[in-house]
Design a binder for this molecule. Sequence first.
Ligand code: ASP
Length: 297
Amino acid sequence: MRNWAVAIHGGAGVIGRSMDPSMASVRMNHLEMVIRHASERAEQGQSAVDLVEQAVIELEEIPEFNAGRGAVLTADGKHELEAAIMDGSRAACGGACLLRNIRNPIRLARRVMEQSPHVLLAGEAAESMGMDLDRVENDWFTTSLRKEQWESWAATKREADARGPATVGAVARDQAGNLAAATSTGGRTGKPPGRIGDTPTIGAGTWADQTCAISGTGHGEAFMAAVTGHAVSARMRHLNEPLAEAASVIIHQEMPAGSGGLIAVDGSGRLAMPYNCEGMYRAAADSSGHLEIAIWD
Ligand code: ASP
């Protein structure tokens, strides 16, 4: 059994091998930095829920990813951010969506989990729980890449950029054996205002219990229809499947080809990171010294 294990992702989708190599290597370097930080904290005994929150905060601060600054634009050219976190050790979860001014959506999701009797809060109701958190103007989240992608979406009504959206997420098993998951995103380029995806939807893009922790990325509607995160856990518990098999069946047999991927960890610290699309930015590490950072196979 591994003492601790962590994995992070920076999005899945149409990530062609012919894409701009500088963007790929910038994102890979960021993933390496964040997984190394998470590994150090895991080694020092940080709890799973703090590990995943902290990793996602770091990823939200990196403008090359689709979370926090660098998030994609809605059809009306604004940002509506969403995030969720789940602590598998106590079945506690929180999500926040339709956020326009909270700098780190995952902090607000954590607050919903810890300080409200609810699971998912949207818009002003959510933002009002974070009056003391860092707030920014909506256009602070905009980067030139996202403007370019929005312009191309506006002209074609298609999201076709090989540099992809790049949602972020993290899963962890801490030294005490607890599991947690966190995910944060700006959603999809050109999404209609008010659209809520799988990321803040507990059970779909974000899930953790005492069996496994999951963070998904890809076509949110497909993850919601398959209730992907919960479905992996259910296969493990009811069919006695190991993590890799359960995750692979859901991603490769039950979800449409091209819909995305997930990162997952089980109670023994085993990791799985399947995807059914061209690529998925991902990194993983555990207490045996294993470290991996990849986009493709
Ligand atoms: N799953 C996210 C959504 O549909 C986007 C992504 O992971 O790229 O909002």
